[in-house]
Design a binder for this molecule. Structure first.
Ligand code: 13P
Ligand code: SF4
Length: 360
């Protein structure tokens, strides 16, 4: 379809959205675009009126990611941007823990989430009371917490991490506390994958990402057989045997950079479905091959509820200041560390260490 041929687009909408078409044309049909383009134009106007920015995670659908996201990236990138954005309003096109992180870092801004039900199985796996019990069992060990947690849990934490910087943060905490073991919660698989890359011993919790835990080594073996030339990239929330069989492991931003910089002829992204569609716009010569799983929480965010959220200034995410103040220290410590090193190919770093993980 040439731009402007979508049925029913008025002249103003067509003009305001024409620049987006090249990035979206492979992912939306003309009929869908005739519904999406007016919403995108309306959202972009509302953002200006409200002095709002949209922070969109890499798992948003392409029309959100390319159409209305002002800043797009992984959890670490979104947290950094929340801290530095001058806008008065932040709309979190992502899940609830991300909106809480933004609020913790920007207490004076209004933080909105388009659907309050956008949760996360990792954040739901542990409470602040659980962390207090863990600390009582392992006194003197630093608590490193994945950002995929509630504000309550962050308030009990010494330093947060994301999948982009977990090894760096664990090693920093061990050095600062002068210990050889740290508590890294709540994702069991992230903990095991970090343990494979550091001599620091890890105490882990049994949380799982419901999207990434479903990938198996058999999936990777099938992919290798069917597409022998394809490079396989996996998120660190996947089970160890998946990462051991992959070519590279990294956060959603690290996977994006890998594809955009190395331009593999064929690639398999072992992660949430929308990633491939979003990266594809910057890697036109790469062929993206399934499988992928959907995150039902991320997929609660739509253009319609982003529009409604800006129109009605709902749903506001708040964090009680006494919780936020303690959580802020943990998130800010992470942000203050230098940007993480570019991850090496996983097949070169795995099995370098004896993996010492104790599950609570
Ligand atoms: P990233 O920090 O890699 O973006 O991951 C966030 C997430 O929720 C992955 O499931
Ligand atoms: Fe949580 Fe997994 Fe969804 Fe990420 S993909 S938000 S970790 S459930």
């Amino acid at each position: 379809m040439a731009y402007g041929e979508a049925p029913g687009l008025d002249e103003v909408t067509a003009r305001e959205t024409a620049h987006l078409w090249p990035r979206l044309k492979d992912h939306v049909t003309p009929l869908e675009w005739s519904l999406q383009a007016p919403l995108i134009a309306e959202i972009n106007r509302l953002k200006r009126e409200r002095d709002a920015v949209i922070l969109a995670h890499n798992y948003m659908t392409p029309e959100i990611f390319h159409g209305v996201g002002d800043y797009v990236g992984d959890s670490l990138g979104l947290a950094r941007e929340a801290a530095r954005s001058p806008a008065r309003v932040i709309v979190q096109a992502g899940v609830h823990f991300m909106a809480e992180t933004s609020k913790i870092l920007s207490p004076d801004k209004t933080v909105l989430i388009p659907d309050l039900r956008a949760g996360c199985s990792l954040a739901a796996s542990i409470t602040g009371a659980d962390v207090r019990l863990i600390k009582a069992r392992y006194p003197g060990l630093p608590v490193v917490t994945y950002v995929n947690t509630t504000a309550d849990v962050k308030a009990e934490t010494d330093i947060c991490c994301t999948s982009a910087n977990a090894v760096q943060v664990v090693e920093w905490a061990a050095r600062e506390w002068g210990v050889d073991r740290v508590i890294l919660i709540p994702d069991e698989f992230l903990a095991r994958n970090v343990a494979a890359q550091t001599p620091v011993g890890i105490i882990a919790w049994k949380g799982r990402c419901e999207v990434h835990e479903r990938f198996t080594a058999a999936d990777i073996a099938e992919m290798r057989e069917a597409y022998p030339g394809a490079e396989i990239l996996a998120h660190p929330e996947c089970p160890e045997e998946v990462l051991a069989a992959a070519d590279f492991a990294g956060s959603t931003a690290a996977m994006n950079d890998y594809v955009v910089q190395r331009r593999p002829r064929e690639v398999v992204l072992i992660t949430e479905c929308s990633m491939a569609a979003n990266v594809a716009a910057d890697a036109p010569d790469t062929r993206f091959i399934g499988p992928c799983n959907l995150c039902p929480h991320m997929k609660r965010i739509t253009l319609e509820n982003i529009r409604d959220c800006l129109l009605e200034m709902k749903h506001e995410v708040t964090v009680p200041e006494e919780i936020a103040a303690r959580g802020r220290l943990a998130v800010q410590r992470m942000i203050d560390l230098p940007p993480p090193a570019v991850p090496a190919r996983y097949d070169m770093i795995r099995a370098r260490h004896h993996v010492a993980v104790e599950l609570i």
